[in-house]
Design a protein around this ligand. Structure first.
Ligand code: ATP
Length: 216
């Protein structure tokens, strides 16, 4: 089972740490504030007071043994950069760091962060997308042009096979999976039929997905 550490227990870090713990993962939560550490102590595996810019302190906590370390320090940009640098230098396989802005993100990338998160910006994009697309449950941006979206099957698709609907030719959408109740049918075939209540997971160009939704 993967082991996680989260450094910086603001709203974002706390949410990441407690959610992972609720999902059954081992989570070490770290903050330089004793108050923050005490507040989260019952909702994670271990909570420790430490300064993330102190290389020796991180070493003593055995950070290199964790699969993923999330650096969720926001306002103290210098501390976030230093912590990321130290973690990567000590061999942590995956460091995910939260950025306040583009410049902060670029520096985090330069010092080795494997993934940069912009919580406010990303959430804004997600909310805006959800507001305009009523049948999109969720989406992942693969690139500037491509997206994977989870869609409620529109009524006009009920009792039709993927072959009949021909979404690839009509909208450039590839159906990766069909979710039906608790089941998930991966790589569905042309003869698979869509039913009321089904959810399809499609991969395609953003523009073409938007056009598809406008049509629906
Ligand atoms: P959020 O938006 O997630 O609430 P934020 O972006 O405002 O948070 P901060 O409140 O600046 O982020 O920082 C998050 C936490 O990181 C704070 O609890 C703070 O005590 C902690 N923190 C800041 N610097 C360090 C450090 N050097 N070592 C460990 N923790 C730190």
């Amino acid at each position: 089972m993967k082991q996680f550490a989260v450094i910086g227990l603001g709203r974002f870090g706390t949410s990441v740490a407690t959610t992972l713990y609720k999902m059954g993962y081992e989570v070490l939560a770290i903050d330089s504030s004793e108050e923050k550490v005490q507040a989260i102590a019952n909702d994670v595996t271990h909570a420790v007071e430490a300064d993330a810019t102190d290389e020796a302190a991180l070493k003593a906590l055995g950070m290199s043994n964790f699969d993923v370390v999330v650096v969720a320090i926001g306002q103290d940009i210098q501390a976030s950069i230093l912590a990321t640098l130290v973690l990567k230098a000590s061999g942590v396989p995956r460091v995910v760091a939260k950025a306040q802005n583009d410049l902060h993100g670029k520096v985090l990338e330069k010092v080795g962060a494997d993934q940069i998160i912009y919580p406010e910006r990303d959430m804004g994009i997600r909310v805006a997308n959800n507001l305009v697309s009523t049948n999109v449950l969720d989406h992942i941006e693969l690139s500037e042009e491509h997206t994977i979206a989870e869609l409620i099957v529109p009524a006009s698709f009920h009792n039709k096979t993927l072959g009949q609907l021909n979404l690839r030719a009509r909208y450039g959408l590839n159906v990766l999976a069909i979710k039906r109740n608790e089941e998930i049918l991966i790589s569905p075939k042309a003869e698979d039929m869509l039913n009321h209540g089904d959810i399809i997971i499609v991969l395609g160009e953003k523009d073409r997905l938007a056009r598809f939704q406008q049509r629906e």
